[in-house]
Design a protein around this ligand. Sequence first.
Ligand code: ADP
Length: 279
Amino acid sequence: ASAGAPDPKIARRLAGVKNIILVLSGKGGVGKSSVAAQLALSLSSNSGPASSSSSDGGRQAARVGLLDIDLTGPSIPRMLGLDGQSIRQSTDGWVPVYADASQRLAVMSVGFLLRSNNDSVVWRGPKKNAMIKQFLGDVRWGQLDYLVIDTPPGTSDEHISLMEYLHHFAPRAVLVTTPQAISLADNVRTLDFCKKTGLPLVGLIENMSGYVCPHCAECTNVWGKGGGEALANREGLEFLGRIPIDPRLVRVLDDAKEVAATQISNGDQKDEDGQSRLT
Ligand code: ADP
């Protein structure tokens, strides 16, 4: 991260943002975007896990922004049923697309800028950098409790640009991994990037951890299990929980006729409790 003063436009836009969370993964296809979408949905709805601090057992819905800069495949619009929507320009900058009627979940995606779903994005470094700067400096995010950023897989130009613009605003990261060894090796490189750029990690989520049979709800360890937790322990990271492979999640995410939040189970719980629950 470079030193110096923050970009004044970005500083003005992010003045009302309390927490910035980057969602990272060592490689593609591990469910990073799914986790980013579920995290944003869960935080912005009050049907998520109850907070220990709330007296009524419920949880207060937060104001959340979800920024998708995954140029390799901007899947957030599809996952939230927002395909075909476009960004509106106002006199005070770009207006995000709201995913819910109560306007608690504001979404910006590079996907909204593409003419069709099938457009491939082949942008060079400087253009990517300009796009990220614009998403951070031109969007009317307003007051947000969380700005969740879905980043491309691995560590690339986009991550370097993000850290250059965001390091003044104390961003933190969540790492998504599968239990497989190859994914874990890629994650070591991602962890290295975090150390070098001074990006603290909130913790690690193990996705596609075992398979929940839709008929008997029993969990089978197709690709093994626990690799993410072992990595978290080894690196001194908090293990945030595991999400099993769940065919219902594929339907919800790839179809997006309905929007649902999955509870991320606590890693200390038993298998029976480790299943994702769709509400
Ligand atoms: P990434 O962002 O890491 O490339 P995605 O979030 O796009 O990965 O997920 C890749 C595919 O895997 C998507 O089709 C998604 O629906 C599916 N998927 C992700 N997590 C799960 C899960 N826990 N169970 C079943 N399918 C999943």
